[in-house]
Design a protein around this ligand. Structure first.
Ligand SMILES: [Zn+2]
Length: 98
Protein backbone atom coordinates (compact mmCIF):
# COMPACT_ATOMS: atom_id res chain seq x y z
CA UNK A 1 0.00 0.00 0.00
CA UNK A 2 1.20 3.48 -0.85
CA UNK A 3 0.80 6.32 1.61
CA UNK A 4 0.94 9.77 0.11
CA UNK A 5 2.51 12.83 1.66
CA UNK A 6 -0.82 14.50 2.43
CA UNK A 7 -2.02 11.45 4.33
CA UNK A 8 1.19 11.21 6.36
CA UNK A 9 1.11 14.93 7.16
CA UNK A 10 -2.51 14.67 8.36
CA UNK A 11 -1.75 11.55 10.37
CA UNK A 12 1.16 13.30 12.10
CA UNK A 13 -1.33 15.82 13.56
CA UNK A 14 -2.96 12.93 15.44
CA UNK A 15 0.21 12.41 17.49
CA UNK A 16 -0.31 15.71 19.37
CA UNK A 17 -3.13 16.45 21.83
CA UNK A 18 -4.41 12.96 21.15
CA UNK A 19 -5.32 11.69 24.61
CA UNK A 20 -9.10 11.68 23.98
CA UNK A 21 -8.62 9.90 20.69
CA UNK A 22 -6.15 7.40 22.08
CA UNK A 23 -8.43 6.30 24.93
CA UNK A 24 -11.14 5.55 22.34
CA UNK A 25 -8.64 3.43 20.39
CA UNK A 26 -7.98 -0.28 20.60
CA UNK A 27 -4.39 -0.32 19.41
CA UNK A 28 -1.82 2.43 19.09
CA UNK A 29 1.50 2.64 17.30
CA UNK A 30 4.59 4.78 17.73
CA UNK A 31 6.21 5.93 14.53
CA UNK A 32 9.49 6.76 16.22
CA UNK A 33 10.35 3.25 17.48
CA UNK A 34 7.46 1.45 15.69
CA UNK A 35 6.20 -0.11 18.91
CA UNK A 36 2.55 -1.22 18.75
CA UNK A 37 0.59 -1.50 22.00
CA UNK A 38 -2.92 -1.64 23.44
CA UNK A 39 -4.50 1.64 24.45
CA UNK A 40 -5.66 -0.05 27.68
CA UNK A 41 -1.99 -0.42 28.73
CA UNK A 42 -1.51 3.34 28.88
CA UNK A 43 -1.02 4.63 32.40
CA UNK A 44 -2.37 8.22 32.54
CA UNK A 45 0.05 8.93 35.40
CA UNK A 46 3.13 7.91 33.44
CA UNK A 47 2.40 8.03 29.74
CA UNK A 48 0.50 11.26 29.28
CA UNK A 49 2.22 14.60 28.81
CA UNK A 50 0.27 17.74 29.70
CA UNK A 51 1.26 20.98 28.04
CA UNK A 52 -0.97 23.99 28.69
CA UNK A 53 -4.13 21.92 28.81
CA UNK A 54 -3.18 19.80 25.80
CA UNK A 55 -2.83 16.13 26.66
CA UNK A 56 -0.59 13.96 24.53
CA UNK A 57 0.18 10.27 24.88
CA UNK A 58 3.88 9.42 24.95
CA UNK A 59 5.09 6.05 23.66
CA UNK A 60 5.15 3.30 26.29
CA UNK A 61 8.46 2.10 24.92
CA UNK A 62 10.54 5.11 23.81
CA UNK A 63 8.66 7.99 25.47
CA UNK A 64 8.36 10.06 22.31
CA UNK A 65 5.16 11.94 21.51
CA UNK A 66 4.78 10.11 18.22
CA UNK A 67 1.78 7.88 18.97
CA UNK A 68 -1.28 7.40 16.76
CA UNK A 69 -4.35 5.39 17.78
CA UNK A 70 -6.58 3.39 15.46
CA UNK A 71 -9.59 5.53 16.41
CA UNK A 72 -8.03 8.20 14.18
CA UNK A 73 -8.91 5.99 11.22
CA UNK A 74 -5.30 5.39 10.22
CA UNK A 75 -4.01 1.83 9.94
CA UNK A 76 -1.78 0.87 12.86
CA UNK A 77 0.47 -1.48 10.93
CA UNK A 78 4.25 -1.90 10.55
CA UNK A 79 3.94 -0.68 6.99
CA UNK A 80 2.16 2.51 8.00
CA UNK A 81 4.51 3.21 10.91
CA UNK A 82 7.51 2.76 8.58
CA UNK A 83 6.04 5.30 6.19
CA UNK A 84 5.35 7.72 9.06
CA UNK A 85 8.89 7.22 10.35
CA UNK A 86 10.33 8.16 6.96
CA UNK A 87 8.01 11.14 6.77
CA UNK A 88 9.14 12.36 10.23
CA UNK A 89 12.83 11.96 9.30
CA UNK A 90 12.21 13.94 6.15
CA UNK A 91 10.41 16.73 8.03
CA UNK A 92 13.11 16.90 10.71
CA UNK A 93 15.97 17.06 8.21
CA UNK A 94 14.09 19.74 6.32
CA UNK A 95 13.72 21.84 9.50
CA UNK A 96 17.42 21.48 10.36
CA UNK A 97 18.63 22.71 7.00
CA UNK A 98 16.64 25.93 7.24
ZN1 LIG B 1 8.12 4.68 20.60
Amino acid sequence: MYFDYEMLASAAKHSVGNYEEIIESHICGCYHCRFIFYARDIDPEKNVVADEGVFTVACLYCGNETVIGDYSGYPITDEFLDAMNEYALFINSYKKTR
